[in-house]
Design a protein around this ligand. Structure first.
Ligand code: NDP
Length: 240
């Protein structure tokens, strides 16, 4: 049975990815930082084997423990989904150094940390799939999100570099760039801004976490064997 690690799985997109992977037969290592109750509630609904691992992906040591749980419990890992992410929005004049660092530590360094630790196992197996959750903001930018956009653009460059490095070992590395997806992260946005956003989306609706989960399942499947180093936008046409 295949094994996947999903970071930041306790709610939103990560939780939908975990559910979809379980439905597709994956045993799972699910990471959370603080929200254990939410993740336990999700795990209780899944039919494959699930291991919950607390840890901050921004910490090199803690991310090693998250990744090694797959080896300890299941003996292998087929898929890593780097999903954990935070936003601390502000205009550059008001953005603190702490908010710049926090966002880049979780989003970009967290992706580096987990990828670095998993690469050793995947190289030995001569098989692996790595999927990084970026954002359309990392491609097009967004006023008030310089820290977040930088971290998500960084993930895209990182994805392409690692795709080239690991391709000879039969490991594919891709990114998904979601548009506006309805989760706790986007709950904070004002109704006025939400209306303005939906007006810019050709499909005239916000995305659901399941829309991202389906793209993950595809990229992880054998149908995507020949796809690597790509960024798939799942955004309802928002950026056309
Ligand atoms: P949520 O805020 O709903 O969930 C974020 C998840 O990440 C939570 O499970 C949280 O767990 C976890 N997390 C946060 N920091 C850490 C950390 N340091 N270590 C481990 N886990 C952590 O966000 P979304 O579901 O909306 O976002 C998921 C991903 O998708 C993020 O990378 C986000 O940037 C990206 N994305 C989202 C979009 C959207 O419109 N929603 C658009 C584009 C990209 P806990 O509560 O336990 O900390």
């Amino acid at each position: 049975m295949k094994v996947a690690i999903v970071t930041g799985a306790s709610r939103g997109i990560g939780s939908a990815i975990a559910k979809a992977l379980s439905e597709n037969g994956y045993n799972l290592v699910l990471n959370y930082r603080a929200s254990r109750d939410e993740l336990e509630a999700l795990a209780a609904t899944l039919t494959t084997e699930v291991v919950l691992v607390q840890g901050d992906v921004g910490s090199f040591e803690e991310s090693e423990a998250i990744i090694s749980a797959a080896k300890t419990h299941f003996g292998r890992v087929d898929l890593l989904v780097n999903n954990a992410g935070i936003a601390r929005d502000n205009l550059i004049m008001r953005m603190s150094e702490a908010d710049f660092d926090a966002v880049n530590t979780t989003n970009l360094k967290g992706t580096f940390n987990c990828t670095k630790h998993v690469s050793r196992m995947m190289v030995k197996q001569r098989f692996g799939r790595i999927i990084n959750i970026s954002s359309v903001v990392g491609i097009f930018g967004n006023a008030g999100q310089a820290n977040y956009a930088a971290s998500k653009a960084g993930i895209i460059g990182f994805t392409k570099a690692i795709a080239k490095e690991l391709a000879p070992r039969n490991i594919t590395v891709n990114a998904i760039a979601p548009g506006f997806i309805e989760t706790q992260m986007t709950d904070a946005i004002s109704e006025e801004a939400k209306t303005a956003s939906v007006d810019r989306i050709p499909l005239a609706r916000f995305g659901k976490p399941e829309d991202i989960a389906k793209a993950v399942v595809f990229l992880a499947s054998d149908d995507a064997n020949y796809i690597t180093g790509q960024v798939i936008q799942v955004d309802g046409g928002m950026t056309l």
